[in-house]
Design a protein around this ligand. Structure first.
Ligand code: ATP
Ligand code: MG
Length: 414
């Protein structure tokens, strides 16, 4: 083995010379294999430092004092050359003062008859996020050392777990806040609706008395004013009822009151409600009720509300032709279809229309009125029954709304 040559005190630091005694390494090998090494002289001045270590801790420029830049973590020793030299082959942890996440783990090796000591170390990174901060990449770690890889892996797992825990915490907080906000919103809507409904019912009732002239004749103009007050009151009441329903559904407080629902008669009742409006527009209404004894297990009020919302849309958005309601039981359940020959709607925006307050005929919303809640309520009520709802439309030709209820809802006539 070639004789070791170590740098003398006055040799320039940037060129660590000579092999490390006992290791048989020359300066180049020391630099290549141990990019995190240090050579200390008797005064514990740093005589040379590995290239990567110098890059990470630029303040190591010679003649830096060892104790200005590192603390010895283990073993706890007095910091003088002889004590360090006496503990060669003992594991030292050197914590870098300027970069607390960088710890070097290694051994002291005496060089040249005790005049210099080499610390040959490998990095321990205590925080994964320190890697980019220290501008370290995988190629900066010694090839022969798997400890740093292992630590990085552990650290990555730890960071991932910590991130997941924080995320779960944040999600939990967000959920609690959302639940609270939703509860507050529902309570507010329920209270407001109650407060608004009571006077509205009085307004509607008394304006009806005026418009039907129950207590005696009124001048013609008052009569039409009374009519207007009544219809506006009814619109407001509808809106409040829709809002209340939607907030109850969204807060999970809407529970179905299930009973046996006779499909034919229920649909006839719904058609009766929209007959006056349809006749006023000259629209034909028809019903194909399917099997006579068709019955469902469902919430009758909800089914009526679904069909009425679809029918009122059909009447509202149809100027000529008519509206037909079809009932068709089949293998996959029961289809209720409301078909109109109206203005239709661009198929691209159909999916949005089931969101609350979305309307498709922007420029025309004043003409057609409404607040964009009908389809959203329909979808929620249909889904509470385990069903689906879809719209198909061809602008200018008409629209078909299909409600599909699951086969388990059919009691008879399916
Ligand atoms: N049969 C239909 N023909 C054409 N467009 C329709 C039809 N049904 C719904 N739409 C479009 O979908 C939008 C949303 O319908 P939705 O029933 O939710 O609200 P709305 O009828 O405007 O108001 P609300 O039902 O609250 O009185 C409507 O504004 C309209 O643009
Ligand atoms: Mg509507």
């Amino acid at each position: 083995m070639a004789k070791a040559r170590v740098p003398s005190h006055d040799e320039p630091i940037s060129r660590p010379a000579g092999p490390a005694a006992g290791l048989g390494l020359d300066a180049e090998a020391l630099g290549r294999l141990f990019p995190f090494h240090l050579v200390l002289d008797r005064q514990l001045a740093i005589r040379s430092a590995g290239a990567v270590l110098q890059r990470v801790l630029p303040a190591l420029a010679p003649p830096a004092a060892f104790s200005d830049h590192f603390t010895v973590r283990r073993p706890a020793l007095a910091l003088d050359f002889d004590t360090l030299a006496a503990h060669t082959r003992t594991i030292f942890l050197l914590a870098a003062r300027a970069a607390p996440d960088l710890i070097l783990k290694g051994e002291m090796i005496p060089l040249k008859a005790g005049a210099q000591l080499a610390f040959i170390g490998t990095p321990w990174i205590t925080d994964l996020t320190a890697l980019p901060r220290l501008r370290l990449t995988a190629s900066d770690f010694p090839v022969h050392d798997s400890v740093s890889d292992f630590l990085v892996l552990i650290q990555a797992q730890k960071t991932a777990l910590e991130d997941a825990r924080k995320l779960a915490e944040q999600l939990g907080e967000a959920r609690d806040a959302a639940l609270k906000a939703s509860r507050v919103k529902s309570e507010f809507l329920a209270n407001m609706s109650h407060e608004l409904r009571t006077p509205l019912n009085a307004i509607i009732g008394f304006s009806e008395m005026l418009s039907t002239q129950t207590l005696g004749p009124l001048p013609e103009q008052y009569h039409s004013y009374a009519d207007y007050i009544r219809s506006s009151g009814v619109m407001l009441l509808d809106l409040i009822n829709d809002l209340l329903d939607l907030s109850r559904i969204e807060a999970g407080q809407y529970s179905l009151e299930e009973s046996e629902v006779a499909v034919g008669p229920t649909l006839s009742e719904c058609l009766a409600v929209v007959t006056t409006d349809a006749q006023r527009k000259g629209l034909k209404l028809s019903l194909e009720p399917g099997p006579r004894d068709l019955r469902l297990r469902a919430d009758q009020r909800a089914i009526k509300q679904i069909v009425l919302n679809l029918l009122s849309n059909a009447v509202k958005f149809t100027e000529r032709g008519g509206i037909s309601v079809h009932v068709e039981p089949h293998r996959l359940g029961l289809d209720l279809r409301v078909v109109d020959t109206g203005i239709g709607i661009d198929p691209i925006i159909i999916p949005c229309l089931f969101e609350p307050f979305r309307q498709g005929h922007i420029g025309l919303s004043r003409k057609y009125g409404g607040s964009g809640l009908g389809l959203s309520i329909c979808r929620n009520l249909v889904e509470l029954h385990g069903g689906t709802i879809a719209l198909a439309s061809e602008p200018g030709k008409g629209t078909t709304a299909t409600v599909r209820l699951p086969p388990g809802r059919i009691i008879a006539g399916g």
